[in-house]
Design a protein around this ligand. Structure first.
Ligand code: NAI
Length: 716
């Protein structure tokens, strides 16, 4: 069965319906290419009998885009063959585009990537006016570029500048916005209306040619040599570099393909695009990003870490204890997904204050036209602010987010548990206290679990689920269901101090602060982190977290380690933090002073005194940037291996996704473990050994890594 149905009707209108056999969505793979090339041959022979062509889809969506399984496998050695294949496909699309007959895309559903590119190759696009339909070119988010003509056609349709957010940021729009942007030409109110409009276009335009194939074509918004455009393009690469820090080749190559392609005719532009496409597809960053943001994320969403054999649960009523920063965010994220929330604090006033956080976020949505007043009122109506534990009666789940204090947490656990439905679950949002220890206060430790949210909860997508020693598989499965029900990404880890994300995050912060202690200039440290791909420098983030909190966590860990008979290996960062807090009273951002100064009417900047206090002029001069970048990326990757080795982490997917979405570990790497795999496990181990010699045992490769290094086999 061909991927494309060919139906030429008595009206001489040819409908090409894309319907890939055995797939729920259409994708651009070998079967599609074959179908398209057969179709092109048939159209050629029927051309005299065809008045026009409608390209439609038999699926719920129009077309999902490139087949990532196929793209992920292409190696550098196969680059030439890959280019030929891509150019072959593009030639078939181009044949339809230049046949002289009107070709219309009937966009019945979401069209992304290669799907939208097929539509762009048509002379006219009619889309059903349904806000759930998405149109866009998201390739860049996976380290790729739209290689099916997107970087050439879209700028020629709407201008370079207007095309950049779609091409370089992967912006997606609904049909209304697409019409406004000039990406679609007409909206339809039903499938029949869409086809009627497509036919009407064909009737009205018996001969069709794309604007860029017509003589005297003028590039909308100006071609690159137009003075105003030339001026903008001269600074575009620098502005882009400021965003990518040189870590992301895709947006840079997209800019090249679009601008270079705009200076030649369409066909040569298309060849330029293919070259850059092949470079990205076979490059390491696309492999890392596609691996993490597509395959691994999908594996997690499909329930890879959810125990089998437990029926899926739908949560109806959730209690949140503590209406502070975290509790208020959890309440918001839960209520917006249609779940009733009881938000309890010590006083009604506190609880109402926590609820007002939701009010504020929702009001912003209303003012931006993303929500109606009724929808807002409905969501707020789901949150009951209270000071009484009795209101928790009938909750399926209670999450505590009270102060980080074991005794208080024990007290609220005992108070809330009896109110749960039979077999309800109780979760703690603690960031540091072991779940097994907290479960000691529970009547049903098998129903006790950790749900570690990240701040700000409404924006952070990750939830780290922590399985205590006695937590039942059923409890884990149900907690997983709750996290998915509120639209967040669950990663599952076993209990240990700091769990996974906080442990790894701690190594990042300590490494940066330790560098300062060695005499390295603070600007070099912050910049090295940003250039390595971290979203924020270690000194800036320490200020955000507050140095007193870092001290508190460290002291607790030290106490526990020593109580368990272990020895505490002091990190060089500790002395720096103590100096900052005890000698200079600089506790962090909330206190108004930390590694940075926070002027009332200006931008924050590094505290100038840091230089006199810590910087060693000679060391600061001789430091190599790569060395700092390596230390920042390596220390987090090594700690992740330790978590894997100790059984804190259960899967490589959870490690990679958890590190990117929880800590902000450089997304170009594909996550902490993928960083090692792509570096080469043996090469990584050798470099780690060098770093250990220079900076201390914390860089020493763990046993698991040494074993893998022998065979140079990836962590999988
Ligand atoms: P917060 O200080 O903003 O809020 C705590 C709230 O708990 C306060 O409103 C307090 O009145 C309330 N509370 C105290 N005793 C109570 C009781 N008996 N019943 C009900 N409410 C009570 O603290 P935050 O930052 O929201 O943290 C809460 C928990 O979440 C802590 O365990 C913290 O370690 C954890 N966490 C914090 C993160 C952060 O970034 N702040 C990240 C992840 C977890």
């Amino acid at each position: 069965m061909s991927a494309i149905r060919y139906e030429l009707d008595s009206d001489q209108i040819l409908t090409l319906t894309i319907d890939m056999p055995g797939q729920s969505a259409n994708t651009l793979n070998a079967a599609f290419r074959e179908g398209l090339s057969e179709t092109a041959v048939k159209v050629k022979s029927d051309l005299d009998n065809i008045r026009g062509v409608i390209i439609a889809s038999a699926k719920k969506t129009f077309f999902a885009g490139g087949d990532l399984k196929e793209l992920h496998k292409v190696t550098r050695e196969e680059a030439k063959t890959f280019e030929d294949t891509v150019n072959g496909l593009k030639a078939d699309m181009r044949f339809l585009e230049t046949s002289g007959k009107p070709v219309v895309a009937a966009i019945n559903g979401t069209a992304l990537g290669g799907g939208l590119e097929i539509a762009l190759a048509c002379h006219h696009r009619v889309a059903i006016d349904d806000d759930s339909i998405q149109l866009g070119l998201p390739e860049v988010t996976l380290g790729l570029l739209p290689g099916g003509g997107g970087t050439q056609r879209l700028p020629r349709m709407i201008g370079l500048e207007a095309a950049f957010p779609f091409l370089m940021e992967g912006k997606k729009v609904n049909p209304k916005a697409a019409l406004k942007a000039g990406i679609v030409d007409e909206l339809a109110n039903s499938a029949d209306d869409m086809i009627a409009k497509a036919r009407a276009f064909i009737d009205a335009n018996p001969k069709c040619q794309q604007p860029w194939d017509q003589k005297g074509f003028k590039f909308p918004g100006g071609a690159p040599h137009h003075p105003a455009m030339a001026q903008k393009l001269a600074i575009a690469p620098a502005m882009l570099k400021q965003k990518t820090k040189g870590c992301y080749p895709a947006p840079e190559r997209i800019l090249c393909a679009a601008v270079e392609g705009a200076q030649v005719d369409f066909d040569n532009g298309s060849l330029i695009e293919t070259r850059y496409f092949a470079e990205l597809v076979t490059g390491q960053v696309a492999k890392n990003m596609t691996g993490a943001f597509w395959f691994q994320l999908n594996a997690i969403k499909a329930g890879g870490s959810r125990p089998d054999g437990v029926g899926k649960e739908t949560f109806r009523k959730v209690g949140v204890l503590g209406a502070g920063m975290m509790g208020a965010g959890i309440a918001y994220s839960t209520a917006t997904r249609g779940i009733d929330v009881v938000l309890k604090d010590v006083s009604l006033e506190n609880a109402e204050k926590g609820k007002s956080y939701s009010e504020k976020l929702l009001a912003r949505k209303v003012s931006r036209g993303r929500m109606t007043e009724e929808q807002k009122a409905k969501i707020l109506g789901r949150i009951k602010a209270t000071e009484s534990a009795d209101d928790l009666e009938g909750c399926d789940l209670v999450i505590e987010a009270v102060f980080e204090d074991s005794e208080l947490k024990a007290r609220v656990t005992r108070e809330a548990e009896p109110k749960l439905v039979a077999n309800g679950i109780f979760a703690s949002n603690t960031s540091t206290i072991p779940i097994t220890q907290l479960a000691g206060a529970s009547r049903k430790p098998e129903n006790f679990i950790g749900l570690h949210f990240f701040s700000p909860v409404d924006r952070m997508q990750l939830v780290e689920i922590i399985v205590g020693e006695q937590t039942a598989n059923e409890t884990l499965a149900r907690a997983f269901d709750y996290v998915q029900q509120i639209g967040k990404i669950p990663v599952v880890v076993n209990d240990s101090r700091g769990f996974f994300t906080s442990r790894v995050f701690g190594t990042f912060v300590n490494e940066g602060i330790g560098m300062l202690g060695e005499g390295i200039h603070p600007s070099s440290i912050e910049n090295a982190a940003l250039l390595a791909g971290m979203p924020v420098g270690p000194l800036a983030i320490s200020d955000e977290v507050s140095m007193t909190l870092i001290q508190h966590i460290r002291n607790q860990s030290k106490k526990d380690t020593e109580a368990a008979g272990g020895t505490w290996n002091a990190h060089p960062a500790e002395a720096v933090i103590d100096t900052m807090v005890y000698e200079h009273g600089r506790k962090g951002k909330a206190a108004g002073a930390g590694f940075y100064d926070y002027p009332a009417n200006g931008k924050k900047h590094l505290w100038p005194e840091l230089e006199a206090l810590f910087v060693d002029a000679q060391k600061a001069r001789n430091i190599r940037l790569q060395e700092l970048k390596d230390r920042i990326l390596f220390i987090q990757a090594i700690e992740t291996v330790r978590c894997l080795e100790e059984g804190v982490l259960r899967t490589v997917e959870d490690a990679n996704i958890g590190s990117i979405f929880g800590i902000g570990y450089a997304p170009w790497t594909g996550g902490t473990l993928q960083f090692i795999n792509q570096y080469g496990v043996r090469a990584f181990t050798e470099r780690a050994t060098e770093l250990a010699r220079a900076y201390g045992e914390r860089f020493a490769p763990p046993r698991l890594l040494l074993e893998r290094a022998e065979s140079n086999s990836p962590l999988a």
